[in-house]
Ligand binder design. Structure first.
Ligand code: 8YV
Length: 328
C-alpha cells in the first residue's frame, strides 16, 4: 500500500524529516520558501496531511483547493493560523503542540521582562556604540522586578509558569486576568489573585501578555489600555502580534507614557511597525520564546507524532477538533 503523502511547510530538524519519511511520502520545504497562499495551495495539492508552523494559514480557501487534505499538524501551541471552524466543517483534523514548550516559553517571558525592566538591550547598544565613558549614578536606571507587582493577562499554562517564577523566585505580588478564573488550588500554587483587566493595568508594575489571539483579543492593548498603565510600568508581549496595537504602543513608548516594552511578537511579523525601531525603550526579539533546541525538537516530534498516530490509528495526541476523528 502506498504511503500517505504529506507536505512539511517549513524547514525543520532533519531527524524529524527522516522519521516522517519512515511513514509518509514526504515533500518538504527544507529550502524554507515561505510565502504566498498560492504557493501553499500548490504544495498541498494531492497531499493527505500537512506539517505546518504558525505562519502557514489554513483557511476555507486552502481547504476548498486541497480536498484530499485530512490533517494539519501545527508545530506551535497557538493556532490562530488555522480557521478551526472551516477545518472542522471540511473534516480536517487540526493539532497543536501544547505543554512541551510551557517552561521554556515561561523562562523567555521572564527573561524579556528582566531585559525590559532593567534596560539590558538599550544599555548594551550604548556600550557597543562606544558611548560609555564613565559611571553615572542614574545611568540606565530601570525598575525593580523583585517585590513588584506582576500582572499577567491570559493565565493558561505559560501564564501560570510566569506567575510561579515571579511569585516564588522574585517575591512578586502576582495578579492576573483571564476569561475564566482559575480554581483555588491553581491560584494558590501560582500565588496569584484574580482582578479585572482594568485593575490589572492600573496596578501592575509589569504586565505580561500570554493570551491567545482571536478576533476578541485583537488590540486588547491599545491606546486606552496603555493610558491606564503606570508611567513606570513595563509591558511584555510573548503571545501574538495583533494583541497589541503596535502603532499605539510605539507612541506611548516615545512619549514615555509607559517606561518600556519587551516584544517577541508583532502585528504582520516578520515586518515591524517602523516606529518601534525608532524608540529606545523597547526590547525586540524575533518570535523566539520557544526557541531552545530541546523544546523545538519536542514540538517537532509532537507534530510528527500527531501525523503518525492519525494515519496509523485514527487518533492524535493533541487534537484541537477531536470531533473530526469520531466522524471518520
Ligand atoms: C512557535 C509559538 O515557534 O507555539 C507557538 O504558538 O508562537 C511559537 O512557539 C511559532 O508559532 C512557530 O510555529
Amino acid at each position: 500500500m502506498s504511503k500517505p503523502k504529506i507536505f512539511v511547510a517549513r524547514a525543520i530538524f532533519p531527524e524529524v524529516i527522516t522519521r516522517l519519511e519512515q511513514h509518509f511520502d514526504v515533500q518538504s520545504s527544507q529550502r524554507d520558501e515561505t510565502g504566498s497562499k498560492a504557493l501553499l495551495i500548490e504544495k498541498l495539492q494531492g497531499k493527505d496531511g500537512a506539517f505546518t508552523t504558525g505562519g502557514d494559514r489554513i483557511d476555507a480557501e486552502v481547504l476548498a483547493a486541497c480536498p484530499k487534505l485530512k490533517i494539519c499538524a501545527n508545530m506551535a501551541v497557538g493556532y490562530n493560523n488555522f480557521d478551526l471552524a472551516a477545518m472542522t466543517a471540511a473534516g480536517v483534523l487540526a493539532t497543536n503542540t501544547p505543554d512541551v514548550l510551557t517552561e521554556t516559553t515561561a523562562d523567555f517571558g521572564f527573561a524579556l521582562l528582566m531585559a525590559t525592566a532593567r534596560r539590558i538591550a538599550e544599555s548594551e547598544r550604548y556600550l557597543r556604540a562606544g558611548k560609555w565613558t564613565q559611571w553615572r549614578y542614574d545611568m540606565f536606571s530601570g525598575s525593580d522586578v523583585h517585590g513588584s507587582t506582576l500582572g499577567i493577562l491570559g493565565m493558561g499554562r505559560i501564564g501560570q509558569g510566569i506567575a510561579k517564577r515571579g511569585a516564588h523566585g522574585f517575591g512578586m505580588k502576582v495578579i492576573y486576568h483571564n476569561r475564566s478564573r482559575l480554581d483555588a488550588a491553581l491560584e494558590a500554587d501560582c500565588k496569584a489573585g484574580y482582578v479585572s483587566k482594568d485593575e490589572l493595568l492600573r496596578t501592575a508594575d509589569h504586565v505580561v501578555l500570554v493570551l491567545p489571539y482571536s478576533p476578541a483579543s485583537h488590540h486588547a492593548i491599545g491606546a486606552a489600555e496603555l493610558a491606564l498603565m503606570k508611567p513606570t510600568a513595563t509591558l511584555v508581549n510573548i503571545a501574538r502580534g495583533g494583541i497589541v496595537d503596535d502603532a499605539a504602543l510605539a507612541l506611548a513608548l516615545r512619549d514615555k507614557r509607559i517606561a518600556a516594552a519587551g516584544l517577541d511578537v508583532f502585528e504582520g511579523e516578520p515586518r515591524l511597525h517602523p516606529d518601534l525601531l525608532t524608540v529606545h525603550n523597547v526590547v525586540l526579539t524575533p518570535h523566539i520564546a520557544s526557541a531552545t533546541v530541546p523544546t523545538r525538537l519536542a514540538m517537532a516530534h509532537l507534530a510528527a507524532d500527531n501525523l503518525i498516530q492519525f494515519f496509523t490509528q485514527n487518533k492524535a495526541l493533541t487534537p484541537l477538533n477531536p470531533e473530526v476523528l469520531v466522524k471518520r
